[in-house]
Design a protein around this ligand. Structure first.
Ligand code: LLP
Length: 421
């Protein structure tokens, strides 16, 4: 459920017609609904807290790191799952306590590790023995101890798009399952580390709970094995990955089904269970609004609807063949079949082929639904296009929460050496 609904044929974000935002800010533009963000944050939190005695939620801010989005989630008691020094500074800027931050990522460099120790990161999810050794040296040299979990690659197929699968043995993430207990043992002996748990994350947009169940069962066995060797495993981080419906009417396992599965698998674990949800919190909380530039007749009967948004603004269809529902902001009730494309000079810049959509014509506004996660954050300026702006709505209020960055600003950051003049 979200707060993007039609009133008299016009699409609203909460109590604001999208036409108002388009007139004031222009297009393309991302529009987020605060009430929807809060709703998803609560549904996920309440489903899990109802069945787990001890848990910790770290919003995977890679899904949508906008400062205002983070503020909303911080106020709902979420910490952050981060993967870079830049995300760390954002989490702190949003007022998230460092102790609620989990630092994931396969390539944290020495500077990022040191900054994490300095601010007192809640948990480093180590992705290799080598990383653990480096962090131990850094923490010890700073007179501290870094609290850590070991990320394990369970070699389970998440049955999602190959490019967003992370839990197969050939993926770069975590340490091999069979080597994990040995690595945990060796890292536990290091002065600068406090090994307290295990972490797993097998992929994103997971729509079948079974792979996660298999992975969590394997993690439970590993936890018992490590505890059997006399070591502490007090925290089990089960990652993120729960998928969201991208098509109207699509039925998928939701937070309650996920929570029931987690409760069943983790029964008797006696550990704090941690989660890193991203998409399930932010996905449905945003749309990307665009304007139709023109409708062009092609070689076939299916016209091209050329819109002012492109793959640089919303990369998911180009990267993962992802589906985003496309709707007219002002519905006429008429339908058409169309290829939806952006202005960028490559054929990858295609949002949909031969899609049955609301009829649109030049000048009309339209929106891609479920664009709140992995949308604006993956935008770039390819073809010297502006960086897409972001707006947040709260009831009848709305505000720009990230400006459009114009090509002139980007041009101004470039310099020409005198030897080229
Ligand atoms: N934890 C870790 C360690 C992760 O790598 C990720 C996502 C998450 C949590 C959050 O997963 P979520 O709950 O959002 O599924 N750009 C792609 C998705 C990449 C996901 C990367 N890692 C897309 O647009 O589909």
């Amino acid at each position: 459920m979200d707060h993007f609904n039609y009133r008299d044929g016009v699409l609203f974000a909460e109590d604001v017609p999208l036409t108002t935002i388009a007139a004031a800010v222009g297009t393309p533009v991302y529009v987020y609904s605060r009430a929807t963000l809060i709703r998803h944050a609560r549904v996920f939190r309440d489903a899990l807290s109802a069945v787990l005695p001890r848990m910790h939620l770290a919003y995977a801010m890679k899904a949508n790191p906008n400062l205002s989005v983070l503020k909303v989630l911080a106020s709902e008691g979420y910490g952050a799952d981060i993967v870079s020094g830049g995300e760390l500074e954002r989490a702190l800027a949003a007022g998230m306590p460092a102790g609620d931050v989990v630092f994931s990522g396969v390539g944290k460099d020495a500077g990022e590790l040191a900054r994490g120790v300095e601010v007192g990161i809640g948990q480093f999810n180590l992705e290799s023995e080598e990383e653990g050794e480096e962090l131990a040296r850094i923490a010890a040299s700073m007179g501290g101890r870094a609290v850590c979990a070991l990320r394990v690659n369970p070699d389970v197929d998440a049955k999602t798009h190959a490019k967003i699968s992370t839990g197969k043995s050939e993926n770069k993430f975590g340490v091999a399952y069979d080597r994990a207990a040995g690595i945990y043992l060796r890292l536990s002996a290091l002065e600068g580390l406090e090994m307290r748990g295990l972490a797993v994350h097998i992929g994103s947009q997971i729509t079948d709970l079974d792979p996660s169940r298999q992975a969590f069962i394997k993690m439970g066995a590993l936890m018992r094995d490590i505890r059997g060797q006399g070591l502490t495993v007090s925290h089990m981080d089960l990652g993120g990955g729960l998928g969201v419906p991208y098509k109207a009417g699509e039925e998928l396992p939701g937070p309650e089904d996920y929570a029931a599965m987690v409760a069943q698998v983790t029964d008797g674990w006696d550990a704090t269970i941690m989660f890193e949800p991203g998409r399930v919190i932010a996905g449905n909380s945003g749309v990307m609004m665009t304007r139709v530039i023109r409708v062009k007749q092609g070689a076939t009967n299916t016209p091209f609807v050329v819109i002012d948004a492109a793959m640089n603004d919303l990369a998911r269809p180009a990267l993962y063949d992802a589906w985003h529902d496309f709707v007219a902001v002002e519905k006429t009730g008429e339908r058409m079949s169309a290829n939806i494309v952006g202005p960028i000079c490559e054929s990858t810049d295609t949002f949909a082929m031969a899609r049955d959509i609301d009829a649109v014509k030049a000048g009309d506004l339209a929106a891609f639904r479920t664009a709140g996660a992995y949308g604006a954050t993956m935008a770039n300026t390819y073809n010297s296009r502006p960086l897409v702006p972001e707006v947040m709505v709260d009831g009848e209020k709305w505000a720009i929460v990230a400006n459009r960055i114009e090509p002139a600003t980007i041009l101004a950051a470039e310099t020409v050496p005198d030897w080229l003049d």
